[in-house]
Structure formats: structure tokens, C-alpha cells
Design a protein. Structure first.
Length: 492
């Protein structure tokens, strides 16, 4: 599948909600088939089961001791109890499926159910750090970034060779994650150990979403940890090139999705990532920077867009329904789901959830579905499933001014999809709040010497256009503010 459609689910919250509806102690293995069938019917190709690895007691205690986290818990889930806090799923205590989810056997059953409906499974891989409770902290402390004495953002660890000061995991732009311990990728043995972990994960799923993947780049890592002693046996090769090559030797179709920022996406793609986050698109959409959306999409290659993961939400970002109005939400949803590449939908996005839940919590507050959002997504996904979107050859078209001194063409994104020789689909989005106009030149073959019927599958518009005019002048578009249209073209 060249253009995967991913559904991200918080495993701990989801199973807790299923247990409340269907009876206690629902595990991955006993999750109702109807849930999985519904995902397949919506057209999803993969399920990203976020948070399947266990969090240990020390990492959980670190979350509970943080006043900032406690305030975030109260804001998202008033009246929360300690039992609602599982700890961060990215402070991995061990790469075995958490017992509360049913363990390894339950994951096997869940994956078997997914396969029965044609779905594939993505799991998390957290390469930069491990949780405080991981056995390597005591058994293999040499694998971590270490200080010879106490330094900021380090902690005393009891190890088999005595106490050591180990560093917490860190993004250089933010305070350290105090529930984690930082792996040292300057060491060959650390790299070998993590590749072994990755191979183990790859045996249990069809792909991984790699947390903060760019932190492992040699230059990024060296700058982040330049104040800490450097091991004698440094390696010059990039970790990801080796890790991805090793996994794909055994699992050639295994999918690598990288959480990547800082304009390092192309570098990670060159090292073997199948897809990388398209955070720029998300930022431009959420900040309503319409012209930059078009500039971003037309300023890179179609190959880069096709290897990007487009989203309006994930567990790290605010709920999109809390940011955009309904018309804006519709336009942005059609855009992100209609681009070439990976398309990602977050659990709760399709029902208009507005509360961003800290990942440390395993219980969500009840939020009644917003009918207008739920209905829109159901209809949109049903249409996309039967259209050429995500299936055929794609092209991002460059809008031209409709007339001199009319600059509203910069508000458009127009994507052409063709999967059959005699018809094609055109996705048209006007991101501005006001009416906008433009011309676009279609790039499909065989336009001339025939009439074309263009029908808006999301609305009621219907027009006939002469192919020679489309070829010579282009297609004229005049679209309402926040207009979102999906035209099907067929000869008449």
C-alpha cells in the first residue's frame, strides 16, 4: 500500500473503555471483533497501538511526583485518582507486552484478528531512552550516558558495579524526561543492543513508529551530550541506516515511521525511513497560515510528500476540534486525508473530542460525540475508500491567478488522483475564510476531444467541461471560504 491510512489508538485507555462497556478485564486478545471490523470498513490499512509496553513503578512515581504533570492531569481529568496514572508509555520498562493488556499471547490474538480484516499493526519503538525500571539500568549501566559526578538532569542509579550518575533522556530544547534514562548512541554496544530490541519488536508487528527519531543522528546526539564523557569506541555510521537495513533483511515489507522535526525529515528518509512526520503541514494548518500550506506542499518534491505522514492530531498535539471551527476542520481533514503519503487519524478525532489527554493517564473523560463531525468523517472516509485517492497516480497542481491582482490562488491546495485511464478525481480545498478563485492545469492524459462531467462527491455541484478548454486554459475554480470539494471527472 503506497498511501497507508493509519488509526492511532491509546491501547490502555481503549481497553479500559471496552471493559466498561462489555465487561471487566477486556484484553487485546478479547477485544470485540466488531471494533476491528469497523476500522476496516472505514478504509484504514494499519492500526497504531500506542502504549503497549509496560511502565515500571519508578517511572510511574516520577510522573506522580511532578507538580506540572499533576496540574495537567487535573485539567484533562478532574477528580483523577492515583490509579488513573499508569505512567508514560514512552518510559519503557521492557519490550514485552504489558500484563494489563493481556501480555504477548493477547497481542498475537489481536494481530490475528487484524489480519483477518486486512489490517496491519504498528507498535512504538522508543530508541532514545528507556524507563527507569528497565533491567539494563542495573545490569548494563555502561549502555547509558553517564557523568563522573552529579550533574544537572542526572540521577543516582544502583548498579551491579556500584552507584553511578546516569543522565535522564532528553530533547535538547526541553527539560529532561525524569522518568527515563538516556541511552548512549556513541557506543557500539548500545547500538547493537537496541538493534536486537528492534528485531524483537519487528517479529510481533508490521511496522514501528519511532519516537523522536532525529535525536539519534550522530551530529544531533554529539551536540546534545557534548558535556558528558565520550566513550573511546565511537562509531561514525548512522544508527538508523544500520538498524533499518538489518530489520528489512528479515522483514522486507516492515514499515518505519519516524517522529522527526527540525527540517531533518529528508535526512531520515535518506537513511531508510518509509515515512516521516509532516509537522510543518500540521503547524501551518493549526495556525491558519494558508499561504504557507501551499508553499510548503509545492516547495518540496512529490516523492517527499509521498513519504510524509500527514495528520491533524496525534497524542502529542492538542485536539483539532479545540482549535479549528467546523468548516476549517472539514477543509483540513480533506486535505490531510487526500494527500499522497501516509494519512494518520487519532482516536477521538472522528468524534470531535476536544480534551488532550496526557499520555500518562489510562482513563479518558467522557466526551459525547459531536454528530456533525462524526457524520462528516464517516461520509468522507466512505467516499475516499471508493475513490482514486490513496490508490492511483497523484499530482499536486500549482494554482494560477484567476485574473490580475487576484492573489487568492495562494489559498488553494489541489490534488489530482488517477487510478483508471478514463476518469480521475480532483481534491480542491480553499483554506481561506473567504471566497477564492484560481486556474489549475490538469496533468492527466487524454483530456482533449471529449466532454467531461465533473461531480462534487462531497456536495451537489455538477459541471460539464470541454477537454480542449481544460487542456488549453486550465480548470477554473471559484470556491467558498473553507470550501472542501472532491470532484470525480468522467467522460460524457
Amino acid at each position: 500500500m503506497n498511501h497507508p491510512l493509519i488509526y492511532e489508538i491509546d491501547a490502555r485507555c481503549w481497553l479500559r473503555e471496552l471493559s466498561a462497556r462489555h465487561g471487566p478485564n477486556i484484553t487485546l486478545g478479547s477485544a470485540p471483533d466488531d471494533e476491528i471490523k469497523a476500522w476496516a470498513q472505514l478504509g484504514f490499512t494499519h492500526v497504531w497501538l500506542m502504549g503497549v509496553w509496560p511502565t515500571g513503578p519508578r517511572s510511574r512515581a516520577a510522573a506522580l511526583s511532578s507538580q506540572g504533570m499533576r496540574r495537567a492531569f487535573s485539567e484533562a481529568l478532574p477528580g483523577w485518582q492515583d490509579d488513573d496514572v499508569a505512567g508514560s508509555p514512552f518510559a519503557v520498562a521492557d519490550y514485552t507486552i504489558a500484563r494489563e493488556l493481556g501480555g504477548e499471547s493477547a497481542l498475537k490474538q489481536f494481530r490475528k484478528k487484524l489480519r483477518a480484516y486486512g489490517l496491519k499493526l504498528l507498535l512504538d519503538f522508543v530508541p532514545n531512552h528507556l524507563g527507569l525500571d528497565h533491567p539494563w539500568v542495573s545490569e548494563k549501566p555502561e549502555l547509558f550516558v553517564e557523568a563522573s559526578l552529579q550533574m544537572p538532569e542526572t540521577f543516582p542509579a544502583e548498579t551491579g558495579t556500584g552507584p553511578r550518575w546516569l543522565a535522564h533522556g532528553k530533547d535538547p530544547n526541553f527539560p529532561a524526561w525524569i522518568d527515563t534514562v538516556q541511552l548512549d548512541y556513541r557506543r557500539a554496544d548500545t547500538r547493537a543492543s537496541m538493534i536486537e530490541q528492534l528485531q524483537s519488536v519487528a517479529q510481533r508487528c508490521d511496522g514501528v513508529r519511532c519516537d523522536m527519531a532525529m535525536l539519534l543522528l550522530n551530529d544531533v546526539f554529539a551536540k546534545t551530550w557534548e558535556g558528558f564523557p565520550c566513550p573511546a569506541a565511537m562509531t561514525e555510521r548512522e544508527f538508523w541506516a544500520d538498524a533499518i537495513r538489518v530489520v528489512k533483511q528479515t522483514h522486507p515489507d516492515f514499515l518505519f515511521l519516524g517522529e522527526v522535526y527540525w527540517d531533518l525529515e529528508a535526512r531520515l528518509q535518506s537513511l531508510g525511513f518509509d515515512y516521516t512526520y509532516d509537522k510543518r503541514l500540521y503547524d501551518y494548518l493549526s495556525y491558519r497560515n494558508h499561504a504557507e500550506v501551499q508553499r510548503h506542499l509545492l516547495g518540496v518534491t512529490l516523492e517527499f510528500i509521498g513519504r510524509s505522514a500527514h495528520f491533524l492530531e496525534n497524542h502529542d498535539e492538542p485536539r483539532i476540534a479545540s482549535i479549528l471551527s467546523l468548516p476549517e476542520h472539514r477543509a483540513a481533514a480533506l486535505l490531510t486525508l487526500g494527500l499522497p503519503g501516509m494519512r494518520l487519524v487519532h482516536h477521538g478525532q472522528m468524534t470531535g473530542a476536544r480534551i488532550k489527554l496526557p499520555v500518562q493517564l489510562r482513563r479518558r473523560p467522557p466526551e459525547p460525540p459531536r454528530l456533525e463531525i462524526e457524520t462528516f468523517y464517516q461520509r468522507l472516509l466512505a467516499l475516499l475508500k471508493t475513490s482514486a485517492v490513496g490508490r492511483g497516480k497523484s499530482d499536486l497542481l500549482r494554482p494560477r491567478p484567476a485574473w490580475p491582482d487576484n492573489h487568492t490562488e495562494q489559498n488553494f491546495v489541489v490534488v489530482q488522483w488517477q487510478s483508471q485511464p478514463d476518469c480521475f478525481d480532483l481534491l480542491v480545498v480553499n483554506l481561506a475564510p473567504h471566497r477564492s478563485q484560481c486556474f489549475v492545469s490538469l496533468t492527466v492524459d487524454g483530456l482533449t476531444r471529449r466532454n467531461w462531467l465533473m461531480q462534487d462527491l462531497l456536495g451537489h455541484e455538477e459541471h460539464q467541461r470541454f477537454g480542449d478548454d481544460l487542456q488549453n486554459q486550465g480548470l477554473y475554480l471559484d470556491v467558498d471560504g473553507h470550501g472542501a470539494q472532491l470532484f470525480h471527472f468522467a467522460p460524457v
